[in-house]
Design a protein around this ligand. Structure first.
Ligand code: ADP
Length: 390
């Protein structure tokens, strides 16, 4: 039994709870240990016996990652926190429940997923505003190893009572445009852009955003993605829901229009819960008949609303293209672009080397005397490497 006991002056926390002095607390698998403050997490206790029992995951995945707690649940399955066994860096592993898709989804005419080529393409995607796909495994389910994001979803910030300021919306939207432009240049159409797929790098308001789930249409097959769980109808372009045309890059521009509308106003442009219209959600979208609430738009600039309108153009040929959106007057804002460049530089700067603690006063003799009185100083601790699962 491994246990923890608090000998500190400032307190030790296990899973957010402060330890009582003098009481031994048994550690359980994935316990998070914080020092001084409950959010100041420093260690995770990983019970390697438990870990090797995680046989539900493919062996290759377990050989490379220690799988830990659940970070969130989505329409496609669960997302887990995990640690890279060689570096102990944290990652997120998205588990896509294959059986759920296979049952009624994967249609015959869906191109079979060619793991080698598709995943290699996705792994090469490298943009500061796109979640990095680090690895991919296929077993009973699909496992996508992703860069970990710490700020949650944009969705949760948009629907808060305290709305995002227009300046913040601009900073986020500019990054979304750059990210989608990069994807399109590399031949990838996202097809499932929505607020839930925009993750934030930190809990601060001024932060980098990263778009996720751009590989899912490749991995699940396009038809299955659009028709089912992950393709949220609220963001679908008219030409996709009507099935009138093969869909191209402009579907992403429509979804970006819906996202910007929601960021600026705090409500969705098209909704089947809207009591102000008799039109069904499908009709609202195919007519581009968004609900306009004057109260919510009264503080938003005309330029911002103009950009929304140009993106929510029903005819895909007339809809604003990404390049034109980036040239739109609303986004010609040097201050915002400077902030973005600063955030980028901070994110890309190497972590500062830990500062050496100042030498204790009094030289070696006094130090030895103090150590004798206090016991040995703690040494930097390296977690043991897990034995390869048998
Ligand atoms: P789905 O596409 O199946 O609906 P999501 O991708 O939205 O699932 O993920 C579900 C939840 O998992 C999200 O709400 C988020 O909290 C968490 N999550 C997803 N990806 C990451 C990530 N890269 N880093 C941290 N948390 C993530």
């Amino acid at each position: 039994m491994a246990y923890i006991e608090d000998h500190s002056a400032n307190g030790t926390f296990v899973n957010g709870e402060r330890l009582e002095k003098g009481r031994k607390c048994p550690l359980t698998h994935n316990a998070e240990i914080a020092l001084s403050l409950p959010h100041n997490k420093v260690f995770v206790f990983s019970d390697l016996m438990e870990d090797s029992l995680q046989s539900e995951y493919p062996k290759e995945l377990r050989d490379k990652y220690i799988i830990s707690k659940t970070l969130g649940r989505g329409a496609c399955g669960e997302v887990k926190l995990a640690f890279d066994r060689s570096t102990y860096h944290k990652v997120a592993i998205k588990i896509i429940n294959k059986r759920r898709f296979a049952a009624d989804v994967l249609p015959d005419n869906d191109k079979p997923f060619n793991e080698k080529t598709e995943v290699e393409i996705l792994k090469k995607v490298d943009h500061p505003c796109l979640i990095k796909i680090k690895d991919f495994f296929e077993g009973e389910d699909f496992y996508i190893v992703l860069e970990l994001m710490k700020g949650g979803e944009l969705f949760d910030r948009v629907l808060r009572p305290a709305r995002l300021s227009e300046a913040t919306c601009k900073l986020y939207f500019y990054q979304m445009l750059l990210a989608v432009q990069y994807l399109h240049k590399h031949g990838i159409i996202h097809r499932d852009l929505k607020l839930e797929n925009v993750l934030l790098s930190s809990p601060e308001e001024t932060c980098l955003i990263k778009i996720t789930d751009f590989g899912q249409s490749k991995i699940l097959g396009e038809t299955s993605l659009m028709k089912t769980l992950c393709g949220t109808p609220d963001y679908l372009a008219p030409e996709v829901q009507d099935g009138t045309a093969g869909y191209g890059r402009s579907v992403d521009c429509w979804s970006l229009g819906v996202i910007l509308f929601m960021c600026l106003s705090g409500y969705p442009p098209f909704s089947d819960k809207n009591k102000n219209t008799r039109l069904s959600l499908k009709e609202q979208i195919s007519r581009g008949d968004y609900f306009y609430c004057a109260e919510r738009w009264k503080h938003v600039s005309k330029e911002a609303f103009d950009l929304v309108q140009k993106l929510l153009t029903v005819d895909p040929d007339k809809r604003l293209k990404l390049e034109a959106a980036l040239e739109h007057p609303w986004l010609q804002d040097e201050g915002m672009k400077r902030t973005f460049r600063q955030l980028l530089a901070q994110a890309q700067a190497p972590l500062p080397a830990p500062e050496a603690p100042p030498p204790p006063p009094g030289g070696r003799k006094r130090r030895r005397a103090r150590e004798e009185a206090e016991g040995p100083r703690p040494q930097p601790c390296k977690a043991p490497r897990a034995p390869p699962p048998s």
